[in-house]
Structures are given as C-alpha cells and as structure tokens.
Design a binder for this molecule. Structure first.
Ligand code: T3D
Length: 261
C-alpha cells in the first residue's frame, strides 16, 4: 500500500506530500498519525529549518475522508473526538512550530484541507487551485481554525459568505482577499514553493520562530501587551548567533550565513 504521506528532507527543508490522490488527499487516521510524527521530527531536528507541505495528484486535500463515516446504521458520531484528537492538535502544532511552513496548494483544498492550508505560514497556490469551506454542504461548521482565521484574514462578510455558501474560491480571489501569500502558474508552483522554503531554511530560524509567536499573540493582545512581548522576543533574538552574523554581514557588505542558532 502506498504511504498516505511522503516525507523527505532536502537542503534543510522537510517536504511533506499528502499522498492519497485517489481521495484528493482526504485525511484518514493513518495520515493524521504520520503527519503528527513528521511535524514532531520537524520540530526536534535542528537540520530541518523549514517545512514544505503539498499534495500529490490534482488535489491538495479534500478534508476529512467521508468514507470513514458509515451512515448506514443509527449510530451517532461524536465529531468532537476526531476534532479534539486530530485536527485541533494538528493546527495548534503547525501554528506553534518554531520553523516556517510553506504550503504549495496544488489543487482543490476543501473542508479541513482548506483550513490546514491556511494554518501554514506562507501559502502559495497554483492558479487552478481553489479553496472550499465545504462544511455547511454536509451540515457541519468550519473547523481546523477556519472560524478564527477567515474573519481575521478576509473580514466577517467574506468569511460568512464562504462558510455559509460553501462556494469555491479561486486562487486569484484567495490572494486578492488576503487569504494567501501568492498565486503561481501551475507548472511553476513546486519549483517556486521549493525555492521559497530553501531560502527560509537558510535564514535566521530562531527569529522566524519568534516572528510567528509575535504575530499569533497579536490576535488577542492589547498594544501594550504586544509592545512588551516584542521587547521580550527581541531580547531573545538579540542573543542568537544569527543576529551577530546578520549585523556583521551587513557591516562587511557580504551575504549573511545564518546557522539557525
Ligand atoms: O468527520 C469528522 O471527523 C469531522 C471533521 C470534519 C473536517 C472536514 O473536513 S468536513 C469536510 C469534508 N470534506 C468535504 O466535504 C469535501 C468533499 N469533497 C468534495 O466536495 C469534492 O470532492 C471536491 C469539491 C473537493 C472536488 O470535487 P471534484 O469534482 O473535483 O472531485 P470528486 O469527483 O468529487 O472527487 C474525486 C474522488 O475523490 C472521488 O472518488 P471517486 O468517485 O473517484 O472514487 C471522491 O469521492 C473522492 N473524495 C473527494 N473528497 C473526499 C473524497 N473521498 C472521501 N472523502 C472526501 N472528503
């Protein structure tokens, strides 16, 4: 049986490919487990300094594998179990990972698949890709952080439109609405996302982790609290070898050689 995710490491980038193309890479339990392991390795292994997430085949990810939900009997599903055990820890881990995650959305991203993509740090989408908050189509509520991230990125009106209607949002609109970083021609997506991830993997990893923390905290902090946090994080950044290298390289008019320390 093919592995439901493929993981490799190249030039400091951990490449994770969701690999159930015949199901548009929908999440099953095995995929959740392997993804969790991959992210744990990305966190622990100093040789990994960025993550690139993408999908095999024509889709990025169609969310929960609905064929795992057998509706033939009367049994009720307590969906808080999978959300609490798999999706929430996944999104929390991605947001808290102290290394940047680039997402290459190669095709349709639906349901939790859309919101997992939006939980990444730099999202590139192929021009033909799309995002669908498919939940209401099957009587559910957006999960995996969708109700948090959508109004913050796109505003309430657009978030409600996406969530209530479950319409397909094309990559160009997703970019112009501020949901993603940029749109790339289909045949250039992987090369461009890979180059971006390799650039990040050669960057000041500790500072990147602190930047993620600062921006995530800003969603709930007052300006006062955020200023204090920036002071504390800058203190931490100022103690890194990469800060010393960055300033030395600037003064010596050369390219910085960051080590991620
Ligand atoms: O249950 C819980 O634990 C709660 C958690 C919920 C999180 C969620 O993500 S809920 C939302 C689940 N996802 C969806 O509702 C999306 C379902 N898929 C679609 O609406 C469509 O497939 C797409 C709009 C994404 C793409 O449409 P299209 O026409 O390009 O492709 P298709 O023909 O529908 O799909 C291709 C194949 O993938 C097809 O299989 P087949 O007929 O060729 O054997 C289809 O059944 C399969 N597939 C697509 N999505 C899923 C799926 N199989 C299982 N689960 C899926 N989510």
């Amino acid at each position: 049986m093919p592995q439901p995710i493929l993981v490799s490491v190249e030039a400091g980038v951990q490449i994770i490919t969701l690999n159930r193309p015949e199901r548009l890479n929908a999440f099953n339990l095995e995929m959740h487990g392997l993804l969790r392991e991959a992210l744990a390795r990305a966190e622990d292994d100093d040789a990994i300094r960025a993550v690139l997430l993408t999908g095999a085949g024509r889709g990025f990810c169609a969310g929960q594998d609905l064929s795992e939900r057998d509706m033939s009997g009367d049994a009720a599903f307590d969906l808080s179990v999978t959300i609490g055990t798999h999706y929430n820890p996944l999104v929390r881990h991605m947001r808290a990972l102290p290394k940047p995650i680039v997402c290459a959305v190669n095709g349709v991203a639906a349901g939790a698949g859309a919101n997992v993509a939006l939980a990444c740090d730099l999202v590139l989408a192929a021009r033909s890709a799309s995002f669908i908050q498919a939940f209401a189509r099957i009587g559910l509520v957006p999960d995996s952080g969708g109700t948090w991230v959508l109004p913050r990125l796109a505003g309430r009106a657009r978030a409600l439109g996406l969530a209530l209607l479950g319409d397909k949002l094309g990559a160009e609109d997703a970019a112009s609405w501020g949901l993603i970083w940029k749109v790339v021609d289909d045949d250039k997506l992987i090369a461009e996302a890979g180059a971006l991830a390799r650039g990040l993997a050669a960057g000041p990893t500790r500072a990147y982790g602190l930047i993620k923390r600062a921006l995530d905290a800003s969603a709930t902090n007052s300006l006062d609290a955020q200023l204090d946090l920036e002071r504390d994080l800058q203190r931490e950044a100022g103690f890194t070898a990469d800060y010393r290298e960055g300033v030395a390289a600037f003064v010596q008019k050369r390219k910085a050689q960051f080590k991620g320390k």
